[in-house]
Design a protein around this ligand. Structure first.
Ligand code: DCP
Ligand code: MG
Length: 366
């Protein structure tokens, strides 16, 4: 037993955007358990519960040492009754019984497999399960109509469920840079998402494209996509137009947290290096790539919004709204008190407007 005097109590902010969360996690036994329950809640469309588990997991990720006793958690924010019960179970028994039974459940397994298909979300998976479809084999023989994304997702299922490495992300980055240079000189490409936070693998590769002259970026995406397509780099792509209008979408928050940039959801055909060639002798693999085009005037907000983590972004917006009476999106920052937009050309300026200490990407891994 550890006496109370021996355990150090932690003190951390309740907002993830006020914490420095690096990739080195001293409590992965606890965060894995909480993250799995968060994922399960999200897969069941229980968003409130999902966020509660995500926030609890993120708090544990930010602790400077390994937690060994419940008494260390006294006074910490973000830990609800349910999360505390899970943590207690893991600390006392090595595993959480709830996590174990979730992992074993037929429904969780089916939701994981089916949403592992690109283009399939929780709602579609739930409908299929209710029709008795639990795996890919049953789906293939079900006669269900799949859309173009889902067909592609099913075709490249194994590749797309294989983590993307940083080396692969960089190789794709070179291709994208070449495409962008060829269609509009002076354009810039930035790697965002998890790789910008220093992650070594990801489920996809996220890029943000802009041009230093405002307006030059208009119409860029179709040209980039055409360049990539003509050279055989794309297995699938769907481009959506930019639908952001400051006058219309500005201060009034969009219904979802989805931004309105011109965006291309794609599946790249990436030729493997000699070392990565497998026994199957397949010389390429499929990789999910997101391309987003931003006007330079919104670029700092877009970079901030696309660097993540998802929880860090959610917390930034919560902080902005609740503590500063401001509305933050990947397009802009609006001050509701002064009734005006706050312009920025760097992430540092945006943190400053929000009254937050600057947190670099590598410490946004909440
Ligand atoms: N994002 C966003 N709006 C969307 C999609 C994503 O603002 N419609 C943001 C939040 C994410 C980041 O962009 O942090 C990248 O999204 P990903 O889902 O690719 O997340 P990560 O890159 O962080 O994780 P992974 O390594 O799994 O790709
Ligand atoms: Mg990503």
């Amino acid at each position: 037993q550890i006496s109370e005097a021996e355990v150090a109590l932690f003190s951390v902010s309740s907002y993830a955007c006020q914490r420095r969360t690096t990739l080195d996690n001293h409590n992965s036994n606890l965060t894995d358990a909480l993250s799995l329950l968060a994922e399960n809640a999200e897969l069941n469309n229980e968003d409130g519960r999902g966020v509660a588990f995500r926030r609890a997991a993120a708090l544990m990720k930010a602790l400077p040492t390994q937690v060994i006793s419940m008494s260390q958690l006294r006074g910490l924010p973000c830990l609800g009754e349910h999360s505390l019960r899970v943590i207690k179970d893991v600390l006392e028994n090595g595993v959480s019984s709830e996590v174990e039974s979730t992992k074993q459940s037929k429904r969780y397994k089916a939701l994981k497999i089916l949403t592992g298909i690109f283009g399939v979300g929780a709602k579609t998976a739930d409908r299929w399960i209710r029709e008795g479809i639990y795996n890919l084999e049953q789906l293939r023989h079900s006669g269900q109509t799949l859309n173009r994304a889902q067909k592609s997702g099913l075709e490249h299922y194994d590749d797309l469920n294989e983590p993307v490495t940083k080396a692969e992300a960089d190789a794709i980055g070179e291709i994208v840079q070449k495409a962008v240079d060829s269609v509009l000189t002076g354009s810039q490409v930035a790697l965002t998402g998890g790789f910008r936070r220093g992650k070594l693998t990801g489920h996809d590769v996220d890029f943000l494209i802009t041009h230093p002259e405002e307006g030059k970026e208009v119409g860029l995406m179709p040209k980039v996509v055409a360049w990539l397509e003509s050279r055989g780099f794309l297995l699938y792509q769907k481009t959506t137009r930019n639908s952001y209008l400051e006058s219309k979408d500005g201060p009034a928050r969009p219904a979802s947290n989805m931004d309105r940039f011109e965006r291309c959801f794609s599946i790249f055909k990436l030729t493997k290096g000699k070392e990565q060639e497998t026994a199957s002798h397949k010389i390429w693999r499929a990789v999910r790539v997101d391309l987003v085009v931003s006007p330079i005037s919104q670029f700092a907000f877009a970079v901030l919004g696309w660097t993540g983590s998802k929880l860090f972004e959610r917390e930034l917006r919560r902080w902005a709204g609740h503590e500063k009476n401001m509305s933050l999106s990947s397009h802009a920052l609006f001050d509701n008190t002064q009734n005006k937009y706050l312009r920025a050309t760097s992430e540092e300026e945006i943190f400053a407007y929000l009254g937050l200490e600057y947190i670099p990407p590598s410490e946004r891994n909440a």
